[in-house]
Design a protein around this ligand. Structure first.
Ligand code: AMP
Length: 431
């Protein structure tokens, strides 16, 4: 199938060709025709599948077909969970709309709102936003959603996970009831299905990859190792392999910083990216990683969400996530666009339960390797660490902290706190 058989306008085909895309990805082939017909769509697609173009291209087509008004109300709203994803989606919107007369803007927290407000005042057709900053600007009467025709919820599962449910509900109340709704999510948890049921009307359901399965092109491997030897092992793997583009996941922000310091001492160019870093520091780290001056990016789950790093050869889980679905998100950073990739996990005895849950979710037994001199500790307990067991789990707590650091707004508003009864936290409860 070619892009020109999807029914997109010449201006969009020109932009697509400028990007160098030759064929639409599976999610684009499946979603675009339905969206062009004005239907609500519920799509299961991970980052890396081309999902952004999957909703942006038809959205731009629809908006550009209708005549623009002199006073430009916001006609399409794209909600994303993180700043990074918002910035990336916006960059895509800009590229794909290069040959159209549509205006777009992006807003997110953690930076001065004034330039964002100034842009919106001039009139924008498409707004990309994170929920916190959007509500702030609505409350200050800088934004009206009364004319929204198309709503996109991108990475909806992550938005729920970050506690944005109430925010989403508030935003929806401010829009006309009659509108087209598109919801993209990497996983279809019961919570997501419930949210979809409340928002979408008669949706067409499309899937890029089977639910909760990992991409075939990714080679997965587990290194069983003593907890205290993980840092030395990761340094050895990266140095021996002479790997130049590695994304490493840690469970906590503190862990990310510590690992970065140790890598730097070992002569590896590493940078951390997490919610405690300023937007400038995060952009710099990501820029360094993309241009090759940084070889290893150490990230927490939330910070890594939405990072667009094409053709990433190596992803390493320094610690396994205690939410199994995060494993799928993490390793989805490699093996993109048909390229092969390697996802490695350093697993100590106390992570055995997490490994078992992950294997159950992805439906395979991940091959195990032990490196000489880095053997697991035969006497170590297989019980998860204490700090992860208390009151709903350390993973939740670190996620909450990160989210409030990310949103930078109204931290005491109880409605913004993540819901605790999310089924995705079952690992915490079971320990
Ligand atoms: P996404 O899943 O939207 O984050 O997209 C992942 C990457 O795939 C981005 O770098 C896009 O620019 C790229 N991409 C999107 N659609 C296509 C396509 N049809 N052909 C090749 N690359 C694409």
């Amino acid at each position: 199938m070619q892009f020109n058989s999807l029914g997109l306008s010449q201006a969009l085909l020109k932009a697509i060709s400028k990007k160098g895309y030759t064929t639409p990805s599976p999610i684009q082939q499946k979603a675009i025709p339905h969206i062009l017909q004005g239907k609500d769509v519920l799509a299961s697609a991970q980052t890396g599948t081309g999902k952004t173009a999957g909703f942006t291209l038809p959205l731009l087509h629809i908006l550009s077909e209708n005549p623009k008004e002199k006073y430009r109300p916001i006609r399409a709203l794209i909600l994303t969970p993180t700043r990074e994803l918002a910035a990336q989606v916006y960059a895509n919107v800009r590229e794909y709309s290069e040959f159209l007369e549509l205006r777009s803007a992006v807003i997110f927290g953690g930076v001065n709102q004034n330039p964002q407000v100034a842009t919106i005042r001039q009139g924008v057709d498409i707004l990309v936003a994170t929920p916190g900053r959007l509500l702030d600007l609505i409350n200050q009467n800088h934004i009206s959603l009364k004319r929204v025709e198309i709503l996109v919820l991108d990475e909806a599962d992550r938005m729920l996970d970050m506690g944005f449910l109430r925010d989403i509900e508030r935003v929806i109340k401010m829009m006309p009831a009659k509108r087209q709704n598109l919801m993209f999510s990497a996983t279809f948890s019961p919570d997501i299905k419930k949210l979809a049921h409340g928002i979408l009307s008669n949706p067409v359901q499309v899937e890029a990859t089977p639910e909760n399965t990992t991409v075939d092109a990714i080679t997965q491997k587990v290194y069983r190792v003593a907890k205290g030897l993980k840092t030395d092992l990761i340094i050895k793997l990266i140095s021996d392999g002479n790997w130049k583009q590695v994304l490493v996941f840690t469970r906590t922000k503190h862990g990310a910083n510590k690992l970065c310091e140790k890598m730097a001492k070992a002569g590896i160019k590493a940078a951390a990216i997490h919610g405690n870093k300023s937007q400038g520091a995060r952009t710099k780290a990501l820029g360094g990683f993309k241009n090759g001056s940084v070889s290893v990016l150490v990230a927490t789950d939330i910070a890594a969400r939405g990072l667009d790093i094409p053709l990433l050869p190596h992803v390493i889980n320094f610690e396994l996530p205690n939410i199994s679905e995060d494993y799928v998100h993490r390793i989805g950073r490699t093996g993109r666009a048909g390229a092969s990739g390697e996802a490695l996990s350093l697993v100590s005895a106390d992570e055995t339960v997490y490994l078992r849950d992950i294997e159950k979710l992805v439906g395979i037994k991940i091959p195990v390797e032990i490196v000489e001199g880095f053997e697991p500790d035969p006497n170590a307990s297989t019980q998860p660490e204490k700090r992860q067991q208390r009151g709903g789990g350390g993973g939740n707590r670190s996620r909450n902290n990160e989210r409030s650091a990310n949103s930078n707004t109204k931290k005491n508003d109880s409605s913004r706190r993540p819901k605790r009864n999310n089924d995705r936290r079952r690992n915490d409860r079971s320990n």
